[in-house]
Design a protein around this ligand. Structure first.
Ligand code: SME
Length: 162
């Protein structure tokens, strides 16, 4: 299979196009790792100025977030629910947009290049399964629109994935 993405960042329908490609790529596949791997790749390559994009999944057994499929440099494997931006977004069950990671108390620096971060919790039936984590080497990279559109998209995709 060769995958050709047709998403243009400058298009007013960027997020609609991204959602369509994300929905399409998981269509008919039920393997969680495969779906999250393809989604992290699609999002990473579609959004400009990212140095990391991936998933942390909640382990009921270990009671912590565990690294899932991602794009970028190797990252920390386990995050407690009261640690870092990921833990805060997971526990609060709300997206967290951080303009300057160095100003966020408890931020976990996996890649020294990261300057700003957006974390979206993944929910289905009011239960939180993990988070999508996006890092950028540019301060204030993420907008209110990125936050709301990615939240909406991940909410839709979570119903199909989990
Ligand atoms: N910065 C995150 C840790 C994960 S890495 O960015 C991939 C945090 O503070 O939770």
């Amino acid at each position: 299979m060769s995958f050709q993405s047709n998403i243009s960042t400058s298009s007013p329908t960027f997020y609609q196009d991204l959602e369509r490609e994300c929905t399409g790529i998981i269509e008919g596949e039920k393997n969680l790792v495969a779906n999250l791997a393809n989604l992290s790749s699609l999002i990473y390559h579609a959004l400009p100025d990212l140095n990391w994009c991936g998933f942390y999944l909640w382990s009921e057994e270990d009671m912590e977030l565990v690294l899932g499929p991602f794009q970028g440099k190797p990252a920390c494997i386990r995050i407690k629910s009261d640690r870092g931006v990921c833990g805060a977004a997971f526990s609060g069950q709300l997206p967290l947009r951080v303009d300057d990671v160095h100003a966020f108390p408890g931020h976990i620096a996996c890649d020294a290049a990261s300057q700003s971060e957006l974390v979206i919790p993944l929910l289905k039936n009011d239960k939180v399964f993990g988070v999508l984590d996006l890092d950028s080497p540019r301060k204030s990279r993420f907008t209110v629109q990125d936050e709301s559109e990615l939240s909406r998209m991940m909410n839709l995709l979570s119903q199909k994935i989990f």
